[in-house]
Write a protein that binds this ligand. Structure first.
Ligand code: 5RP
Ligand code: FE2
Length: 242
């Protein structure tokens, strides 16, 4: 893992965090994939949980999170819950070693209660906004949030294209966070790659999920693929102001 000064952004004191989404990793060798991407300089592990109900896909649960911890992963694990209902799984993920737990407001009957439950379980809490989800869900709960995650694709699958309307939404959320004075991360998820990450940072993001952009093409032919792709991402963001 890299030292804090190395991961500080150029223009402010909020470090840029690169969060590979393991949705696009090789699940048959998941521990090794996570070790390799962290050794290549990634900061946190993005862990997509899909239930074939809230989204039309089915992935992994708390057992896999626990297995990564037992394997020796010490980096923060950022659990993105695409499940409905949400609350039942939160204590299980907390016990399994999750660091962040984020959920979609449409999937919770009581958003305030779910946010409090996440913090009470000792994790950092976050709300996730689909491309068409209004930001009004932030009203009245901002002080209970550690991370706002904007989806730049519709949830359910990796490898989709970044939806350009997200840039405006990022700028609006950046303003809300800055005006609040609260310590809240702004994460972006979907279609982020080395060639658009600078623009995404300039619009306000500080935490960058990338699945197919990191685990996709190139890794089977180049043994240093993860190092070079993460280096390219940092180089693209260097000198870019949020
Ligand atoms: O939450 C997700 C999908 O619902 C994934 O985190 C996301 O799509 C990452 O994959 P990619 O970078 O390939 O778009
Ligand atoms: Fe995700």
């Amino acid at each position: 893992m890299r030292a804090l000064p190395e991961i500080l952004g150029d223009t402010d004191m909020t470090p840029d965090l690169i969060a590979p989404s393991i949705l696009s990793a090789n699940f048959a060798r998941l521990g090794e994939e996570v070790d390799n991407v962290l050794a290549a300089g990634a900061d946190i592990v993005h862990f997509d949980v899909m239930d074939n109900h809230y989204v039309p896909n089915l992935t992994i649960g708390p057992l896999v999170c626990e297995a990564l911890r037992k394997h020796g992963v010490t980096a923060p694990i950022d659990v993105h819950l695409m499940v409905k209902p949400v609350d039942r799984l939160i204590p299980d993920f907390a016990a399994a070693g999750a660091t962040y737990i984020t959920f979609h407001p449409e999937a919770s009957e009581h958003i305030d209660r779910t946010l409090q439950l996440i913090r009470n379980e000792g994790c950092k809490s976050g709300l996730v906004f689909n491309p068409a989800t209004p930001l009004s869900y932030l009203d009245h709960v901002l002080d209970k949030i550690d991370m706002i995650l904007l989806m730049s694709v519709n949830p359910g699958f990796g490898g989709q294209s970044f939806i350009p309307a997200t840039f405006d939404k990022l700028r609006r959320v950046r303003r809300i966070i800055d005006e609040s004075g609260l310590d809240i991360r702004l994460e972006i998820d979907g279609g982020v790659k080395a060639d658009n990450i600078a623009e995404v940072k300039a619009a306000g993001a500080d935490t960058f999920v990338s699945g197919s952009g990191i685990f996709g093409k190139g890794k089977d032919t180049d043994p240093h693929h993860y190092d070079s792709i993460i280096r390219d991402m940092r180089a693209a963001m260097a000198g870019v102001s949020r």
